[in-house]
Design a protein around this ligand. Sequence first.
Ligand code: FES
Length: 146
Amino acid sequence: MAALRKLTFAASLPLSGRWCSAAPAVFRCYSAAASGGDAKFPKNVIEHLNTSQEQQTNGVVYDKKPFRMELEEGKRYSWCLCGRSKAQPLCDGTHKLVQYKITQRPVRFQVEKNGTYWLCNCKQTKHRPFCDGTHKCEEVQKTSGK
Ligand code: FES
């Protein structure tokens, strides 16, 4: 049944555009806040439990702006890093489809308290999974993301 679900899902993916670009883009510019400013970012309280934060590459730009989301303390979430999930900003398992040769894995996270959070949807943040303003950089804004 799971295999059938995967095949059905794969068939629904578009075959052109950014979904098929195999190599993730590399952006070198970051916002002032992202490069060590005074800005405070929310904390992923389970960051120490997994290595997904340490992945060296970013995914493709899904959107050029963050996504606001109500999150619950104690609940575990999986943030999409590859940029190809259809359940953005969260992972839907697309990275497991072998035909896309996706190397990124989702970032598992939990928040410290219930509240509204801005999750990165450009997939270029240095504070995964939270938006740090990197999406404002010219290189991200010039992409074909939404
Ligand atoms: S959406 Fe703001 S840094 Fe990615």
